[in-house]
Design a protein around this ligand. Structure first.
Ligand code: SF4
Length: 275
């Protein structure tokens, strides 16, 4: 489960994102949330039987002050709530990644988002290589990696295969597969939906290339997969629950039901950490 711990006001121009400087989307914008709000989000994520609580902040990267604040918050969460912690904090140096890991963060999310060739079409304020550098810094710092892509941004089939191969090479522990939610007010607001069968093909490609990774059906699963959504849990083995950064999603009780109707089991944090 995600928490949008700092929303909007970002100087970057990621065309898919409602929080970017070029977005006119009508979203809530706020600075870093309180410690109590972060703790409460962790309690809610545990109550929703989430394996991991992902703290996301908008912006190009994280400041020293923000690292200190999040590190303190993560220490408090770990004292009180039995849940894994992931952070998604933009571009990151190895030194800052070490400080987050020492506080109890286990995993860093930083998506490649698309192929290297197509990257300049989705963002001009930082590069694909900047993203790879952040992933390498986080890995050197001892963090697990969560890195995936967003499909439906106008990329070609070749771009889909290229980003899938790039992720195979990086070998993140977790691969979130997002389907673009075209949000009114963003540059990509009129981009077409990926058809449900193409979503499944993309997920199968990811599983084929990454047989052992956690593959997560992420943002847009409800809107793009439509009635085929349950089938996504054959190639994938993970989902986000209770919505995305600026958009709502399926209620977690409905997600549990979908998983259990398929005959699968929900793995909770205490079971995963006992392995
Ligand atoms: S994806 Fe992150 S870096 Fe890009 S515009 Fe949105 S908040 Fe900023």
């Amino acid at each position: 489960m995600l928490i949008n711990a700092k929303s909007g006001l970002c100087p970057e121009d990621c065309h898919y994102c409602a929080q970017s400087r070029v977005s006119e989307a009508d979203i809530e914008k706020y600075p870093m949330v309180s410690l109590e709000r972060l703790l409460d989000g962790a309690r809610q994520a545990a109550a929703a039987r989430s394996l991991r609580y992902c703290i996301v902040i908008s912006g190009r990267g994280i400041t020293d002050h923000e690292v200190d604040y999040l590190a303190g918050a993560v220490r408090r969460i770990k004292e009180e709530v039995d849940i894994g912690i992931c952070c998604s904090v933009g571009l990151l140096t190895e030194e800052r990644a070490i400080r987050l890991r020492q506080a109890g963060v286990e995993q860093l999310n930083h998506n490649l988002n698309t192929s290297e060739r197509f990257y300049p079409e989705i963002c001009t304020t930082h590069t694909y290589q900047d993203r790879v550098d952040t992933l390498n810094a986080a890995r050197r710092a001892g963090l697990n990696l969560c890195s995936g892509a967003i499909f439906g941004q106008g990329e070609s089939e070749e771009d889909i295969v290229d980003v899938a191969l790039a992720l195979r090479e990086i070998e993140p522990q977790s691969i979130p597969i997002n389907f673009l939610l075209p949000i009114e007010g963003t540059p990509f607001h009129d981009i077409r939906y990926v058809s449900p069968d193409d979503c499944l093909r993309i997920l199968c490609l990811m599983r084929f290339l990454n047989p052992k990774q956690e593959i997560r059906v992420s943002a847009g699963r409800e809107a793009h997969l439509r009635t085929l959504q349950p089938l996504a849990l054959y190639p994938a083995n993970s989902v986000f629950v209770s919505g995305y950064l600026t958009e709502p999603g399926q209620a977690y009780q409905d997600t549990w039901r979908m998983i259990e109707d398929l005959g699968f089991e929900i793995e909770e944090h205490r079971e995963a950490s006992a392995l």
